[in-house]
Write a protein that binds this ligand. Structure first.
Ligand code: DGP
Length: 115
């Protein structure tokens, strides 16, 4: 998969519509189209890379910055009661979009088991 046919790159560029709740130079945060919790968001780094295993040191530093920023947005995103972060990598985890993304799940008490 290249950036040209990546659905999340198209969302980031505004070529595919999405509900964008936050955007800065490093990331966008959108609503997941198939929510699995009352609040189900996706944090998308703007730079395309497939997953956490393929992440460079520079991309890891940017992702850390994004997560730090997320911590300041918790109330406005409806996550003040808590939240869960998930990033699927590969077949066993059912990763379906090969552009690293962090699922942000919350808005209610979540199940205490993840699998
Ligand atoms: P994963 O299985 O971890 O690769 O999750 C991909 C998620 O992306 C899945 O929860 C559904 C979501 N998704 C797929 N296509 C779109 C889209 O076009 N718009 C939005 N907002 N979410 C999408």
């Amino acid at each position: 998969m290249t950036m040209n046919d990546c659905i999340f790159c198209k969302i980031i560029k505004g070529e595919i519509p999405s509900v964008k709740l936050y955007e800065d130079e490093d990331m966008v945060i959108i609503r997941d189209v198939a929510p699995q919790a009352p609040v189900h968001l996706l944090l998308l780094p703007k730079e395309h890379f497939a997953n956490i295993v393929e992440m460079s040191d520079a991309q890891a530093a940017t992702l850390g910055k994004c997560l730090k920023k997320l911590s300041s947005l918790v109330d406005e995103l409806g996550l003040s009661g808590g939240f869960r972060l998930v990033s699927n990598k590969g077949k066993d985890a059912c990763q379906s979009v090969e552009h690293l993304h962090i699922h942000i799940l919350g808005g209610a008490q979540l199940a205490d088991k993840m699998a």
